[in-house]
Design a binder for this molecule. Structure first.
Ligand code: ZN
Length: 158
């Protein structure tokens, strides 16, 4: 049996800052091992659980002082995944514009929409902030040749 060290304590105040080389390696290795569709789904899921965990860890919630877009933006500054502008859409949906996505910069020009860890992270963070289940799609990506990355966050029913 291992020593009962609580890993949670050592990362209590640690924000998520992913080195670009690890981002690139994660993409390359999952693509090689699992193929494109599975790789994208795995990266989304890793991002989701990381975003959810970090948001719960720092115990931040949307309250009367800040709107959801304001809370998400201020939290995102600490993540090191790029700068975002968040706009509220009807039915709880959010539009997120990301300038200088760290993931896209790490991957370079892939010719396709590529920020799968980032969209997972956005969905996980927003889900933890709202206690609803969010999904995130990327509609434009710097890695695909667009000038910025655009994301749509939508509440997932059921
Ligand atoms: Zn992107």
């Amino acid at each position: 049996m291992g020593v009962g060290a609580e890993p949670d304590e050592s990362i209590q105040a640690a924000f998520f800052i992913m080195p670009t080389q690890i981002l690139k390696s994660l993409h390359d290795e999952f693509l090689e091992l699992a193929g494109l569709d599975a790789a994208r789904a795995i990266l989304f899921r890793i991002g989701f659980s990381s975003g959810e965990a970090v948001t719960r860890k720092i115990n931040i919630q949307v309250n009367g002082d800040l709107t959801l877009p304001e809370t998400l933006t201020s939290l995102w500054i600490e993540m090191g995944l790029g700068r975002i502008i968040v706009t509220e859409l009807p039915e709880g949906s959010l539009h997120v514009e990301c300038d200088g996505s760290t993931e896209a910069l790490a991957l370079g020009q892939t010719g396709t929409i590529s920020c799968d860890l980032t969209r997972g992270y956005l969905a996980g963070t927003t889900s933890a902030l709202t206690r609803k289940r969010y999904y995130c799609q990327e509609t434009d990506c710097v890695s695909a040749g667009n000038t910025i990355c655009n994301f749509e966050l939508t509440v997932r029913e059921g």
